[in-house]
Design a protein around this ligand. Structure first.
Ligand code: ATP
Ligand code: MG
Length: 389
C-alpha cells in the first residue's frame, strides 16, 4: 500500500495534482482512493462530479471521498468537549463563548485524517492519495501525540486513578465536576488514534509531495514546509511545479513571465537537491474531469513512476558509534544558528524557528550527553556520548 500526500500554498493546484495522480494510479490498475479533508469540496470540482462523505466511485478502480470533518470532530471530541463545557459552565462562562473555547483551531482537519487509519488497515486500497490543507500545519499538529507521549504514559494513568478515588470528595468540595471515566477514555482513544495516523504518515509507505507555482513567494513557503515536514519526520519525496507558462514565443508580457518563472524554477532545483522536481504546464483550460486529469498527471510524471517508493532514508536516523551514537535529522535549508537543541528527560528537544519537536531517545541513549552538534548538507547531526565515561 502506498500513501501520497499533497500539500502547498493556497490555490497552487494541490487538488488538481492529487486528483490527477489518483486517476493515473487507477488507470494503471491500482485500487485507488483519493480523499480530501478540507471543507471546500474541491475534489468534486476537479472530477466535475458529486463526491460524498463515503468513498464515491469516480471511474474504474478510482474512488473519492470528502471527509466530513465536522462529523469526525464530533465523534472524537464530543466526550471531552462535554466535560470542558461543564467545567466552563461552573466557572460562569457564557455557554456560547464556552462552546467556542472548546474548539481548537485546525483540529477538525487533523481529526479528518483519522479517517485514513480505517482505510489503511482495510486492505481495500493499493493507493491512498490525500489532498491536504494548504500548509504543513495539519501535519505538524499530528506531532501532538509525540509531544504528549510522556504525559499520556506516565501522568494520565495516575491522574485517572487519583480522580477516581477522590471524585466524590473533590466534586463536592471544589464545586467543579471531576472528569468521568468516559473523558479519560476519550482522551486515551484520541491519543492512540492520532499516534497511529502519525506513524502511518511518517512510515516508509507514505510520502509527501509539495505543490508549488513558479513564483518566489510560493517557493519560499514550499522551502519552509520542506524544513518543517522533515523536522516532524515526514518524508518529502518530490516537488510539483505547476502552472508553468509554455515557453513558445509571444509578446513582452509573456516572455517576461517565462523568464521570471525560469529563474524561480532554477532556484527550486537548487532548493530541493535529491528530490524529484516534476513540471506541469499552465493549460489553456482548467484540467477538470478524469480524462483531463490523467492527461495532466501523465505530463507531470513523464516516464517516472508516480508510485515509486523513495529510496532515501527517512528524515531521522541513528548511527551507533563506539561511545554512543550520532543522531541525524534532515533539516533542509537551515544553518546551525537556526537550530536550538535542548534536553528534557529522555527527550531531545529540537527547535527551528517557531517549531519544536520532542524526539524521544531510544532506551539505550537516555543517559547519554550531547557532546556536539552541526548542520551539514541539510542535515542536523547530534553526537551523543555515554555520560559516565
Ligand atoms: N496546470 C494547470 N493549468 C490550468 N489550470 C490549472 C492547472 N492546475 C490547476 N489549475 C486550476 O487552478 C485552480 C486551482 O487549482 P486547485 O483547486 O487544484 O488548487 P488547490 O491548491 O487545491 O487550491 P486550494 O488551496 O484552494 O485547495 C483550479 O481551477 C484548477 O482547475
Ligand atoms: Mg484544494
Amino acid at each position: 500500500m502506498r500513501i501520497l500526500l499533497f500539500t502547498g500554498k493556497g490555490g497552487v493546484g494541490k487538488s488538481t495534482v492529487a486528483a490527477g495522480t489518483a486517476a493515473l494510479a487507477a488507470a494503471g490498475g491500482h485500487r485507488t482512493l483519493v480523499l480530501s479533508t478540507d471543507a471546500a469540496h474541491s475534489l468534486a470540482d476537479a472530477f466535475a462530479t458529486p463526491v460524498g462523505a463515503e468513498p464515491t466511485r469516480i471511474a474504474e478502480g478510482l474512488y473519492a471521498q470528502q471527509v466530513d470533518a465536522q462529523l469526525r470532530f464530533e465523534q472524537s471530541w464530543a466526550d471531552i468537549q462535554r466535560y470542558l463545557l461543564r467545567v466552563l459552565e461552573v466557572a460562569g462562562v457564557d455557554p456560547v463563548a464556552a462552546a467556542e473555547l472548546t474548539v481548537i483551531p485546525g483540529a477538525e482537519e487533523v481529526l479528518a485524517l483519522l479517517e485514513l487509519r480505517l482505510h489503511a488497515v482495510s486492505d481495500e486500497w493499493d493507493v491512498i492519495v490525500v489532498d491536504c490543507a494548504p500548509t504543513a500545519e495539519t501535519l505538524r499538529l499530528l506531532a501532538l501525540p509525540e509531544a504528549l507521549g510522556w504525559y499520556m504514559q506516565r501522568v494520565l494513568p495516575v491522574e485517572r486513578r487519583v480522580v477516581k478515588a477522590l471524585r466524590p470528595v473533590l466534586s463536592r468540595a471544589a464545586g467543579v465536576p471531576m472528569p468521568e471515566d468516559t473523558v479519560f477514555d476519550a482522551v486515551e482513544r484520541l491519543y492512540a488514534e492520532l499516534e497511529e495516523v502519525r506513524a502511518l504518515l511518517s512510515g516508509p509507505e507514505a510520502s509527501v509531495r509539495l505543490v508549488m507555482t513558479p513564483e518566489s513567494v510560493v517557493l519560499a513557503e514550499a522551502r519552509r514546509s520542506y524544513t518543517t515536514l522533515s523536522l516532524f519526520g515526514y518524508r518529502v519525496d518530490g516537488v510539483v511545479a505547476n502552472r508553468i507558462f509554455p515557453g513558445a514565443d509571444g509578446d513582452d508580457w509573456r516572455s517576461g513571465w517565462v523568464a521570471a518563472q525560469d529563474v524561480v524554477l532554477a532556484e527550486a532545483a537548487a532548493s530541493f537537491p535529491g528530490l524529484r522536481l516534476w513540471r506541469s504546464v499552465y493549460r489553456a483550460a482548467e484540467p477538470v474531469g478524469v480524462e483531463a486529469l490523467i492527461d495532466l498527471a501523465r505530463e507531470v510524471y513523464d516516464d517516472t513512476d508516480p508510485l515509486a517508493t523513495p529510496t532515501q532514508d527517512g528524515p531521522f536516523r541513528i548511527v551507533r558509534t563506539s561511545r554512543g551514537a550520532v543522531l541525524s535529522l534532515r533539516l533542509p535549508g537551515v544553518t546551525r544558528a537556526d537550530v536550538d537543541l535542548g534536553r528534557n528527560g529522555d527527550e531531545l528537544v529540537v527547535t527551528v524557528g517557531s517549531y519544536r519537536r520532542l524526539l524521544t531517545l531510544p532506551a539505550g541513549l537516555t543517559r547519554h550527553r550531547v557532546t556536539g552538534a552541526r548542520v551539514q548538507d541539510g542535515e542536523l547531526q547530534v553526537r551523543m556520548e555515554d555520560g559516565t565515561s
